[in-house]
Design a protein around this ligand. Structure first.
Ligand code: HEM
Length: 456
């Protein structure tokens, strides 16, 4: 079924039904406990209850959409906006004026400002930095020594985003500080989102102090980056220059707060998502060495033995398929929310104005109704003759519609390049103390992946 075949009914049509209540709720807490205890399993089972289902989270009713076609229809519809508890907590911490949380005309204007930096034809200019960072990673590692994949992945992701998009010599040292601040902020943010204890997070406990320090440092760093660029008088062709030159709806320069929030809104989603995906790619290379071998053989057939370069990436079909398959099974962004702005309908179900809606790319991308051998890691399912059988919107890790991630090309290029570089240099083995089970946070990543690189 495609989005085109999901014909919307008039919102007042009598045949519209109320979505069924998902089973398994308990008095008072409803489905909340299950969602908090094992969110991935909970979200993955919801399709058994219906295409759209109601959940009770305490006194609140939330709607969950469970099919690829309907998640695509919702993401493409103007009847929904970015909002809901997830975004409200993010706004409170990261600012209200950035592109990731804005809606309406401000959001459209902000997308127009940032889009050129992410266009397909803008990506090759980032090639040299991506190459440098990918190879620096393999050169830092020593055969036989343990690699802490969490900090290494975070480091390379932040450095690439910061160096490519906010260019400047000072970025190297700043990128390191950004890594530390963002890692702490993300950990604390997720806790605050799932366990909203309000005032308790203001108590002067060590964990709260650490979180507040990291958040303050993140905002300070962004202010420093903006101030230094202004003071330099330089205007390189990058995202920061575009943000500083942006005009609002009236043609006036945008305010300081918006510039600040925009930088935060680009750096934060840009680092945690890529870092988590790199961790899963390293985990995959350790768990499926045969794919590491295939990546290496493919890279060597293209490069003839020289270091892999940005321009090689588009020829690396298997490498790219390994990245896509890793993202299918372990999507960094595993849950998304929307809010209905009007009374509307989805798949024949009535959705009232103001309803909060959630859906899970993790559940959608692992669904046995969409994929044969759905839980198998099989990069060849992305070969053209097989990929055509995948239902539309069953693989949308960057989402679709007006909130689609602007960075899909930017991310895919760096992920493929990093995978090619590390798999060419090393095989990987997990070491004692490594824990590659899934840790659920704002993104999904392994709990604590420790690998031993074995030089090839
Ligand atoms: C939005 C995924 C990397 C910047 C999104 C959304 C998804 C996503 C699913 C849409 C959220 C929604 O529909 O509610 C990913 C994944 C990444 C990645 C899987 C890497 C593996 C990046 C990078 C950057 C970035 C590297 C920037 C450097 C953004 C921004 C938005 C966004 C600014 C908000 C767009 C808007 O609301 O208009 N991302 N992302 N992302 N992403 Fe990414």
């Amino acid at each position: 079924m495609t989005v085109e075949s999901v014909k919307p009914a008039a919102v007042d049509a009598p045949e519209l039904r109320e979505p069924p209540l998902a089973g398994g709720g308990v008095p008072v807490l409803g489905h909340g406990l299950k969602l908090v205890r094992d969110p991935l399993a909970f979200m993955s089972r919801l399709r058994e209850h219906g295409d759209v289902v109601r959940l009770k989270l305490g006194p609140k009713t939330v709607y969950a959409v469970t099919t690829p076609a309907l998640t695509g229809a919702m993401a493409l519809s103007t009847d929904y906006k970015i909002d809901g508890p997830l975004w409200e907590s993010l706004e409170g911490l990261l600012g209200k004026e950035g592109v990731a949380t804005a809606n309406g005309p401000r959001h459209r204007r902000q997308r127009r400002t940032i889009q050129p930096a992410f266009r397909l034809d803008a990506i090759p200019a980032y090639g040299p930095i991506m190459e440098e960072e990918a190879h620096a990673l393999t050169e830092r590692w020593r055969g036989g020594e343990t690699v802490d994949c969490t900090s290494e992945s975070f480091r390379v992701a932040v450095r690439i985003a910061a160096r490519c998009l906010l260019r400047g010599d000072f970025m190297d040292e700043r990128a390191e500080r950004l890594c530390v601040a963002l890692a702490t902020v993300f950990r604390g943010m997720y806790r605050r989102m799932v366990v909203p204890l309000g005032p308790l997070y203001r108590l002067p406990l060590p964990a709260n102090r650490e979180f507040n320090r990291a958040l303050a440092d993140l905002h300070l760093l962004v202010d420093e980056i903006v101030a230094e660029r202004r003071a330099s008088g330089q205007k390189p062709d990058d995202l920061l220059t575009a943000l500083l030159a942006a005009k609002d709806e009236n043609g006036d320069p945008i305010g300081e707060q918006e510039i600040h929030d925009q930088v935060v809104a680009i750096l934060t989603p840009g680092s945690e998502t890529v870092a988590s995906t790199i961790m899963w790619l390293l985990q995959v290379l350790a768990e499926h060495p045969e794919h590491g071998d295939r990546v290496r053989a493919e890279v060597e057939s293209v490069t003839g033995g020289r270091p892999v370069a940005f321009d090689d990436v588009r020829k690396l079909t298997h490498t790219n398929n390994v990245v896509v398959e890793a993202m299918r099974l372990r999507p960094a962004v595993w849950i998304l929310t929307r809010r209905a702005v009007t009374d509307t309908e989805l798949g024949g179900y009535r959705i009232p104005a103001g309803a909060d809606i959630i859906y899970s790319p993790y559940a959608i991308q692992r669904d046995g109704k969409s994929y044969a051998d759905n839980l198998e890691f099989d990069p060849d399912r992305w070969l053209p003759e097989r990929a055509k059988d995948v239902p539309r919107y069953a693989m949308s890790p960057f989402s679709v519609g007006n909130r689609k991630c602007p960075s899909d090309h930017f991310s895919m290029a760096q992920l493929s390049l990093i995978t090619a570089a590390v798999a060419t240099a090393y095989r990987f083995e997990q070491v004692a103390g490594s824990n590659d089970t899934t840790r659920v946070g704002i993104t999904l990543r392994p709990h604590s992946l420790l690998l031993k690189p074995v030089p090839r």
